[in-house]
Design a protein. Sequence first.
Length: 417
Amino acid sequence: MWDVPCARDTSCDLTAGAPRRRDDPPHPADLMPFLLVLGLAAFASAFSMRAVDPMLNILAADLKVTLQEVALLASAFTLPYATMQLLFGPIGDAVGKVRLIRFNLAMLAVGLAVSALVPGHRELLAARVVSGAFAGGIIPVVLATVGDRVPYDQRPVALSRVLLALVLGQLVGSAAAGFIAEYAGWRPVFWCAFAVAASAALAALVGISEERARQPLSFRAALARYGTVLKNPLSLKVYAVVAVEGALTFGVFPLAAPLMVEHGLGDAVEAGLMLGAFAIGGAFYTFAVPVLVRHLGLAGMVGVGAASVGVLLMGAAVGPSLAVVIAVFAAAGFAFYMIHNVLQILATELSAEARGSAVSLFASAFFVGQAVGAIVLAHAAGLLGAAPVFAVAGLGMLILAVPASLLPPRKAKVTTG
């Protein structure tokens, strides 16, 4: 499955070791370490982001703040994550994406260690800002790296394999954080996240080589790259859809524990299981990509995925039992990545010469949507309750299905593995 030709503008020297001829196809033994390292980097970033969601009630009680105040911890990570994309995209294009991944993994590890040591809410908020800022240079740059080295027709399957690592990071970050916080406290959660990020930084240092020579950083060149991306008329449409998708879907994640309490189904542990089920659904999606592409096409995947997420979020709002909510969120995870993975593919093709900048704008839009959605929906939940907010978010995703399904080209050729 991984024996694919190199992208036309890159060489095949994917990992450290003996050089290969430019026109030779990469051997699977070369590609797998490359994808594993990128996957571990994505895992570390996702783990650190989602670890806070299931333990908001515990943090609020321990730090003696309101739920609305502690919910800012989610936005404190995602807002700098999103805004720093605008800086990291051009940096990756100039100095090399692998170098940037290594540096940001190391700085993320530092931020997570500080998060475990802080004395109060304000300090934790600041540490989450720092962690989110450097995490912003990981997943989008990983996706751009895959875009650089894997041709378009092979990219759906290749990106789905990196996506598997990402959703596993969400799974472990959500489910494990709930259990650890319940029985050992919230500080050990951050120490676990630190260990994961530090391991990923070491793997990126020794397990993958940088091919790009350093180029001078230039503000004018950075603006030019963004201008190139935005000249594509599809760009703003993709970015708008992914921003709304992030706001409505991940914006409700910090409300998982309050939803459990409203339904009388539990608290942090049950919220962790609920969010972990979303990641499990995403993991199953990565194995179904070839079948979905073959039968639905990219446009069908986007439309069906968005509509399904909408219906399932409404189902979670009803929540008659814990088992039903977990099953609904697992299905929602599968459906969400049907739309999001296709949007990722489109983002990697918006500008071949400024791919890092294009994917960074994509991630910036996605996480700005998440951050704004988390703030707005948390305040709405304070007025209406968590369940009605889940229902409104589901309605929004149903509406989004129509414009989203119009984005992918109808005749794009993709390989199903």
